[in-house]
Design a protein around this ligand. Structure first.
Ligand code: TRP
Ligand code: SF4
Length: 404
């Protein structure tokens, strides 16, 4: 049985189905996922309902986008043996939790989420004055809370959504974690640990509640984790009791801030599909080579004999991602003295990008040739995710008296 804090080790993240991924996604998000999948129990999913909140008028591309994006995840090395990969709409429990959470969510909380007004401004051509769009961050809260995920890797723009999730969880636990006989049940649960542990628990609880001793809190939590003879409900009660609240049914997640990708686009701006400056993970080598050979450099270098300044050149940004100190020194000296030409300078980064992409393109080819394999990965992932989601929904329904 997993306890609340072991569940807190669970990692969950989602991506809207954008189709083929590019090097910006790889260096920004996927490399981070690759590390996390070895360290934690990970759930990674395709947020197709979230895509509908902005693309409800033309959803026809979504199925292809899902397949291509998942293939790119696999090609990048996301391993379905260590991480659970699934599609949001295939786990309808998310929708049920979203509905139930909507009952306790003040509309003002959603209107105040910064992305709400920002996106409406940015996507002026779309009518986003919809109920679904207002609920975007609450659906995200349901995605997270249904797995009781403790850590949520997200970019800067999504941190406010994880903050909202924490507030929703707190409100939920406050309203529904207060059983009429909570204290009595917590005392009973405590006794199940045996005299000695119960006494130690009391001391630690006092140290935390009276003096704010964070170490005592950590020791007490670890102690609860180690208790084999507590039920899940009893453990949740004791976690809440320890901190002076009710039962912790939905634990509060923390955001794991993904550092902004240093990966520049071919024009030196951030790599993004909307700027048309991307290198896709599955681009052909000849295409990549051509795109990089023709990418702009420091405009001061009109002729080969004109010196340049790497700081003013998009190619230098690539060297910062791909080259070692030796190559960088060679670029700095050669550029400023006009000792090297721009094509010479690009050669090592072109080679590095091609070398990085080659194994991924090969795997894309393998997975594309085996659609059943990809389907199976998602089917199995959906089943695994659903089993966890169902368990949480049992508890949530019970807490909200939805039992007959
Ligand atoms: N909103 C996220 C994005 O646009 C995607 C997402 C949906 C998500 N649900 C999530 C991310 C839950 C983390 C956790 O990138
Ligand atoms: Fe850019 Fe390299 Fe040319 Fe200098 S030599 S302008 S860094 S491409």
């Amino acid at each position: 049985m997993t306890s609340v804090s072991a569940q807190h080790a669970r990692v969950l993240s989602g991506m809207r189905p954008t189709g083929r991924l590019h090097l910006g996604h790889y260096h920004g998000v996927l490399k981070n996922w690759l590390e996390l999948q070895h360290e934690f129990e990970c759930f990674f999913f395709v947020a197709d309902w979230h895509a509908l909140t902005t693309h409800y008028e033309d959803p026809t591309q979504i199925p292809d986008s899902i397949r291509e994006m998942v293939i790119d995840w696999l090609a990048a090395g996301i391993n379905p043996g260590s991480a659970t990969l699934f599609v949001q709409s295939r786990v309808p429990e998310h929708a049920e939790l979203h509905l139930l959470l909507s009952m306790i969510t003040p509309v003002g909380w959603l209107e105040r989420v910064p992305t709400y007004k920002d996106q409406q401004e940015r996507l002026k051509e779309k009518d986003l004055a919809t109920y679904g769009f207002l609920g975007y961050p609450l659906l995200q809260s349901a995605d997270i809370l249904i797995y009781k995920a403790g850590r949520v890797p997200v970019g800067e723009d999504q941190v406010a959504h994880v903050e909202l999730t924490r507030e929703i969880a707190r409100r939920f636990n406050h309203i529904y974690g207060r059983e009429p006989d909570f204290e009595t049940k917590a005392e009973e649960a405590k006794r199940k640990m045996g005299k000695k542990s119960a006494k130690q628990f009391d001391e630690l609880r006092r140290a935390y509640q009276e003096r704010g001793d964070a170490e005592a809190l950590a020791v007490a939590r670890a102690m609860l984790d180690g208790q084999a003879n507590l039920t899940v409900a009893d453990r949740e009660r004791l976690f809440g009791f320890l901190e002076g609240g009710g039962r912790v049914i939905l634990p509060e997640p923390v955001p794991l801030l993904t550092k902004a990708s240093k990966m520049p686009g071919l024009d030196g701006q951030k790599m993004s599909k909307s700027y048309g400056n991307t290198i896709a993970l599955r681009d052909e080598p000849a295409h990549v080579e051509k795109a990089m050979r023709t990418m702009p450099t420091d405009p001061a270098r009109v002729r080969r004999t004109d010196p340049g300044e790497p700081e003013k050149c998009p190619v230098w940004q690539f060297h910062l991602v791909y080259s070692d100190d030796g190559v960088r020194d060679w670029v700095q000296a050669g550029c400023r003295s006009a000792g090297i030409g721009c094509l010479d300078c690009k050669r090592p980064v072109i080679e590095a990008v091609l070398a990085e992409l080659a194994p991924m393109r090969e795997r894309v080819r393998e997975f594309t040739a085996q659609p059943d394999l990809v389907r199976n990965v998602l089917n199995e992932g959906c089943e695994r995710a659903r089993a966890v989601a169902r368990e949480t929904m049992e508890e949530v329904r019970h807490a909200m008296s939805l039992v007959f």
